[in-house]
Design a protein around this ligand. Structure first.
Ligand code: ADP
Ligand code: ZN
Ligand code: ZN
Length: 733
């Protein structure tokens, strides 16, 4: 082993919160750069890490213990500049191992040590020879003529786009190719500008666009606070256009792409440019392709879910975070980061503007507006003349309810359907019923691995646990007393569907939830069916609530909104309000006005009344006051330590030790709450407990964790449990 080779610290994907030092390979003579990938020996294996920093002054590791890297994988830095600093910041802020943080920024194939091999889409375009050809010459070959015209119109078309435009195009295209009229190239798919004209912005939209555009050259955070259907997407498109004109790139983060395909489509129809899509529905190669065209700047638009916030981009000019309040922007396991919060830091480091858009902004963001840190842009009217929906609470106390739907709601549905409106019912629980109960002895079907009931899936005759995935045959007799009097208690979407089929045999019902959309493409087919008017009644979980634009829905019924009113989670009321308004936002988005009916047993509940009578702005101010009084975020910072084990006592023992260690640091203003068993203590066979750290001083929180975490990594008890740290937790279990 050569001792003259320089030493570098490396981000190695390992759960340990530290950097690892290595010698450059003996045969390596080039100048290495931070951000290059290297292969290193690690615990008997070889892992792919990223170079962090050269250590001229030497390493804390004794020289004879230092190992050499196996090889340097890249000739240039893959993660560089501001992104590199963002990753370091994220590791510090979330107190998460730097190796795992850096690996989130790399697509899987690169994480595994693969090459920068771009594959692209097979795209068709006209050859030079084709320019001489008059499509009329192909009169007797109509399919070929159609393809030729399509290619003249769109210039480049991918296989996928051809499938949309010209079913059964392959044979004719082969003939065109044999004639030398078309050529194939592997390249990024290019959006196709729709014939539909660009909308003229209303005055609120114009103000919003102008404000952001004039703030593009520096770090300027904006909240685009616009009611559902107010034309936020239209505003994003106009701002993005300006940024693209300047030759810069736009990063757009969305909560879940599968649920918001319309946003992607609208960008594709507005800009004839390559779009780098980044989400979990892509193959590894597709992800690598997207990553590469984002990095080399070929894609002016990068649209993705959470981890796209770490996409390397050549020339970032603007960040947009759509539905900034949405919980799925927060990663809930492993490296628990908030893509929204990281995006704001990225905009700050890159010195660009960031637009956080929502109809129901989070209290964190509203707080930043109130503090003067973010500038608020308001869209108060629905665009294109649509009226805001009328929202009513329907008091169902003492009412006859069959399968969870009141007669009053059935009557209202009939009225809307009779006038050829579509009706949407929302229930955020899939399956048939959440409980199967023995009427004779009181036995109920419970998961043996969780503190939770098994959900009955009647059609498939299964009992399933929605927490751990346990899946069993449905029982027909009570395992305890052998009675056959088993009852299904409560309702899920499957049961509501059955009830609706009984009430409305003359209408077509479509159920949209995770069960009914398991097959690839089925969600899109259902949504298309709704748009084509094939289905009159839509029933679904939150999958239906987000982003969709159903112009013909005139009535929305919310069946179980009030669960949030009684949850132990301090965020539940905020989430409930956001969900109600998101679902309500599906109603009356076009010419016909919409009505929203919320079935409730608590029409007098002050929070519900505030929301329905005063609207979200007043409601959120009331909630803000409550958070201030209870000293909860955004007025305090939280960190949640969770621990779990198959042994019931261990998690709490470990967290008690954490408590003692933390208390010994005697930091003022830091409150330690717990340890307590988690709200659902047993899950997937493991017992769980938690300790909450709360403080009005974020700095104190970080100081404490910096001292505490090295102690916890050494703890013997800590090795016997699985523990994790969640900074700014949004779920309190
Ligand atoms: P949001 O993103 O706030 O829900 P969208 O951008 O989807 O709103 O707009 C809602 C509907 O209004 C869409 O059909 C859109 O095409 C239309 N729209 C938006 N802005 C305008 C405008 N300035 N003039 C006419 N129609 C508009
Ligand atoms: Zn029984
Ligand atoms: Zn379970």
């Amino acid at each position: 082993m050569s001792s003259r080779q320089p030493i570098w610290s490396v981000a190695v994907p390992s759960p340990l919160r530290r950097r690892f030092d290595y010698l450059l390979p003996d045969d390596f003579t080039a100048v290495p750069r931070p951000g290059q990938r290297v292969e290193v020996p690690f615990g008997g294996r070889q892992l792919v890490g990223v170079l962090l920093q050269s250590l001229n002054k030497g390493s804390a590791t004794p020289h004879n213990k230092l190992k050499s890297m196996v090889r340097v994988l890249d000739e240039e830095a893959l993660l560089g500049g501001t992104l590199f600093r963002l990753l370091e910041w994220s590791s510090r802020y979330y107190h998460h191992p730097i190796g795992e943080v850096f690996s989130v920024a790399l697509p899987t194939l690169l994480r595994k040590g693969g090459d920068l091999a771009y594959r692209g889409q097979r795209c068709w375009q006209l050859s030079d020879a084709a320019l001489e050809v008059d499509p009329e010459q192909l009169k007797r070959a109509p399919k070929q003529r159609q393809l030729l015209s399509l290619l003249i119109e769109h210039r480049v078309l991918s296989d996928r786009q051809l499938n949309q435009h010209a079913k059964g195009w392959q044979a004719a295209m082969r003939l065109l190719r044999e004639k030398g009229l078309v050529v194939i190239e592997q390249q990024p798919e290019i959006g196709q500008v729709a014939a539909e004209e660009v909308k003229e912005l209303n005055s609120e939209q114009s103000i919003a666009v102008n404000d952001v555009v004039s703030g593009l050259s520096a770090f300027h955070p904006f909240l685009l606070n616009g009611v559902t259907g107010s034309g936020k997407t239209e505003v994003y498109l106009s701002i993005a256009e300006k940024v693209i004109e300047q030759g810069r790139q736009v990063l757009i983060l969305v909560p879940e792409i599968g649920l918001t395909p319309q946003l992607v489509t609208r960008f594709q129809q507005r800009f004839a440019v390559p779009i780098a899509l980044m989400h979990s529905g892509l193959s590894d190669q597709e992800r690598l392709d997207s990553w590469m065209i984002a990095r080399d700047g070929r894609a002016p638009l990068v649209i993705g879910t959470r981890s796209a916030v770490f996409a390397q981009m050549k020339n970032l000019g603007l960040i947009i975070v759509d539905e900034e309040h949405d919980g799925s922007l927060k990663q809930q396991d492993g490296f628990r980061y908030s893509a929204r919060d990281v995006a704001v830091m990225r905009a700050r480091l890159e010195k660009v503007a960031i637009v956080l858009g929502s109809a129901t902004p989070s209290l964190e963001t509203l707080y930043n507006v109130a503090q003067g840190r973010y500038r608020e842009l308001k869209l108060t009217q629905r665009a294109g003349g649509a009226k805001p929906p009328k929202i009513e609470a329907l008091d169902v106390r003492g009412q006859y309810m069959e399968h969870g739907i009141s007669n009053a709601l059935i009557t209202r549905m009939r009225q809307h359907l009779g006038k050829s409106g579509q009706v949407l019912l929302f229930l955020n629980r899939r399956g048939y019923s959440p409980t199967l109960l023995c009427h004779d002895c009181g036995w109920s079907a419970e998961c043996q691995r969780c503190d939770s009931h098994m959900v009955l899936h009647q059609r498939e005759q299964r009992l399933r646990c929605h927490h751990c995935g346990k899946d069993e045959r449905m029982v027909r007799v009570c395992p305890q007393c052998k009675s056959e009097q088993l009852r299904s208690i409560g309702q899920g979407t499957e049961r509501i569907e059955e009830a609706l089929q009984h009430h409305f045999p003359e209408y077509s019902i479509v159920r949209i939830d995770r069960d009914s959309t398991r097959r690839k493409g089925s969600l899109q087919a259902m949504i298309d069916g709704v748009h084509e008017g094939k289905h009159q009644i839509l029933l679904g979980t939150q999958m239906l609530a987000k982003g969709h634009h159903f112009p013909n829905v005139t009535l929305v019924g919310i069946l179980d909104a009030e669960q949030g009113l009684f949850s132990a989670d301090y965020r539940a009321v905020e989430r409930m309000a956001q969900q109600i308004l998101q679902v309500a936002g599906r109603a009356g988005r076009a010419q016909r006005p919409g009505t929203v009916i919320i079935q409730t047993h608590h029409p007098e509940h002050p929070m519900l009344r505030e929301l329905l009578e005063q609207g979200y702005t007043k409601f959120s101010s009331a909630l803000m006051r409550e958070r201030k009084e209870t000293e909860m975020p955004p007025f305090t910072a939280l960190a949640l330590l969770r621990a779990e084990s198959t042994d019931q006592a261990l998690p709490q023992c470990f967290l008690s030790e954490v408590y003692q260690l933390a208390a010994a640091h005697q930091l003022p203003d830091v409150l330690l709450l717990g340890p307590v068993p988690s709200p659902m203590e047993r899950r997937a066979g493991r017992y769980r407990a938690q300790l909450l750290i709360q403080t009005p001083q974020r700095g104190a929180l970080h100081r404490l964790l910096e001292r505490l975490l090295p102690q916890l990594e050494k703890s013997k008890l800590g090795r016997k449990v699985r523990w994790s740290l969640d900074i700014d937790p949004i779920e309190m279990y």
